[in-house]
Design a protein around this ligand. Structure first.
Ligand code: PLP
Length: 281
């Protein structure tokens, strides 16, 4: 495992980021996770393109040209010596005394990264279980920002309930999972939520969309209402590290309604696998 911070090669377990760092204090930054297969970063152009879109969306001045960014990713991978790996790259607005306002323009963005090995040739995933939960994220999940607290809480709740992922419901529709995109097979069509502001347009989603179109599989980018779950024939997830992950069941928790979202502070419900009920298999 290797680490990188602003031109230095570091041990990821050792402190090296300044305390007055905006990613650290405000989550004021963006990131990418890139999978390397056989020593080559997969779909690298698309990841770098999305990283620049995320920076632009937050008015973070890019600290490098897209070509330099690609070279850095190649160098990270090469230095790690890994060929099956997860490459994490993060860009934040920089280091400055804590203040919500953007720092002055002389403050440069911070670039950091890690490379970790991913075991190759794993057996096909056993079908996963999803827990339906309300989508409590902000209005811009399309930006791949560091602010992942709602995703973290949803994923932990799913885990506590004996599920593998959270299936997030917004405005009555199942639009995305906590760290992956969701797809439904419905009446012979593949259905996945449109890449509007409410989901992260996954790189794997884009790849699978292309594959489906090449194979002549009908695809519809549409939001699937929660109440149509019973009609669904199959479900799978996609993500850089999730790859294509089949889903075997969907569960819900009777005390955690997805809709309607009330204005009252929700009760903190301890969740265990015995509390959930299956709503789709
Ligand atoms: N949706 C969310 C919320 C994610 O965090 C991720 C990846 O981490 C994805 C979807 C899948 O995106 P990608 O295929 O680019 O990894």
């Amino acid at each position: 495992v290797i680490g990188y911070f602003n031109g230095r090669w570091v041990d990821p377990a050792e402190p090296c980021v300044p305390l007055d760092e905006r990613g650290h204090q405000f989550g004021d930054g963006v990131y990418e996770v890139i999978r390397a297969y056989g020593g080559r970063p997969f779909l690298l152009d698309w990841h770098v393109e999305r990283l620049f879109q995320s920076m632009e969306a937050l008015s973070i001045r890019p600290p490098f040209h897209p070509d330099e960014c690609q070279s850095l990713i190649h160098e990270l991978l090469q230095r790690s010596g890994e060929s099956e790996a997860a490459i994490y790259l993060q860009v934040t607005r920089g280091s400055a005394v804590r203040n919500h306002l953007f720092p002055e323009s002389s403050v440069k963005a911070n670039v950091s990264g890690t490379v970790r090995p991913v075991p190759a040739g794993q057996a096909p995933h056993a079908p996963g279980r999803l827990l339906l939960l309300p989508d409590e994220r902000w209005f811009n999940p399309w930006i791949k920002s560091l602010n992942l607290l709602p995703n973290v809480l949803a994923k932990q709740t799913a885990h506590d309930a004996g599920a593998d992922e959270a299936l997030l419901v917004r405005d009555g529709c199942m639009i995305e999972a906590a760290s992956s995109n969701v797809w439904f097979v419905l009446h012979g069509e593949l259905v996945t939520a449109p890449a509007d502001r409410y989901i992260l347009a996954g790189i794997t989603r884009r790849f699978v969309l292309d594959l489906a179109r090449d194979l002549g599989i009908p695809v519809r980018e549409a939001k699937l209402p929660r109440d149509r779950l019973a009609e669904v024939d199959a479900i799978f997830l996609t993500g850089t590290l999730t790859e294509v992950y089949p889903v075997g069941s969907v569960v819900e928790h009777p005390d955690i309604p997805c809709e309607p979202v009330s204005a009252e502070r929700p009760r903190v419900v301890p969740v265990s696998p015995s509390d959930v009920r299956e709503v789709w298999t």
